[in-house]
Design a binder for this molecule. Structure first.
Ligand SMILES: Nc1ncnc2c1ncn2[C@@H]1O[C@H](COP(=O)(O)OP(=O)(O)OP(=O)(O)O)[C@@H](O)[C@H]1O
Ligand SMILES: [Mg+2]
Length: 264
């Protein structure tokens, strides 16, 4: 289970974030970057944050702790900013919190670089999960205590916004030529990249996918029914994510990032 906390104060919005995440304080005295269920993409992007963030963590990537954070309806009343007020109003209930890393700064690929296997692992997971949000323009990587931390997996699992036929999505290549970690990852030899691919793929078992999809609150999955005119139980939604990800794992020679670039 993800830990559950309750928000006690809204501190400030992160204006650079497309979905207007907010910094909130919680009843455990922790500070969290909160992604709101009432933001544009609905709960689907919260599902992606949990599934891909927790999968990454289990594959050895540093990801700040994720929690379920309860936001009470009356919090909106204390908020003077109209945009924030509306977002809080639409977000009563459980939202996604990420442990706030104080004093962290954004990775720029220039002043410091992570070890190549770490860079290649993050890029491989991004290709697997169709996360195109890790570019020079939008790195979504933080440096904290001289280590790299991956944040913001909300735009990954793009299939969940349309649910195309599973086979078609499984073999789809995404253009990762602008991936911010590509120059570091590509310092590994072809043999090393191939070993890394085999190792990561072997670790993504049905059991592991069951575990990470099991961390998603039922309610976030059930609200996808209204978005898609569907009527599935939470367990059926979890099985659907697992089916898509297992199919992609099987067909990974079509999308592995170090193979021929898109269009060649
Ligand atoms: N755990 C964290 N600790 C410290 N700062 C963070 C953390 N998570 C996010 N931030 C800061 O908040 C900003 C917005 O967060 P994030 O990228 O997750 O939001 P977003 O709305 O999905 O953004 P976008 O869609 O623009 O990429 C980040 O660029 C970063 O500066
Ligand atoms: Mg971001």
């Amino acid at each position: 289970m993800l830990r559950t906390v309750t928000a006690t104060a809204y501190v400030t919005p992160f204006r650079e974030g497309g979905s207007l995440p907010g910094l909130m304080e919680a009843d455990d005295d922790g500070m969290y970057v909160v992604k709101f269920r009432g933001a544009g993409q609905g709960t689907a992007s919260l599902v992606a944050e949990v599934v891909v963030g927790e999968l990454s963590r289990r594959l050895g990537v540093r990801v700040p702790e994720l929690v379920r954070i309860g936001v009470a309806a009356q919090m909106a009343r204390l908020e003077p900013d109209e945009e924030v007020q509306e977002l809080l109003n639409n977000s009563a209930g459980e939202n996604l919190g990420m442990d706030y890393l104080p004093g962290s700064f954004g990775y720029d690929g220039i002043h410091w670089q992570p070890p190549a296997p770490e860079a290649a692992t993050i890029r491989w997971i991004d290709a697997f999960a169709a996360n195109i949000d890790r570019t020079w323009r939008n790195p979504n990587l933080l440096i904290w205590h001289k280590k790299l931390w991956a944040i913001d997996h909300g735009a990954s699992l793009v299939f969940q916004h349309a649910w195309p036929p599973v086979d078609r999505w499984a073999t789809r290549r995404y253009d990762l030529s602008e991936h911010i970690l590509a120059p570091v990852a590509d310092t590994l030899s072809a043999d090393d990249l191939s070993t890394l691919d085999a190792d990561l793929a072997a670790r993504i078992t049905p059991g592991l996918l069951g575990e990470v999809t099991g961390l998603v609150p039922d309610d976030w999955l059930l609200s996808m029914n209204s978005a898609f005119g569907d009527d599935r139980a939470a367990g059926a939604w979890r099985a659907r994510y697992q089916e898509y990800l297992l199919a992609r794992l099987r067909d990974r020679d079509t999308w592995r990032p170090e193979l021929a670039p898109v269009g060649s």
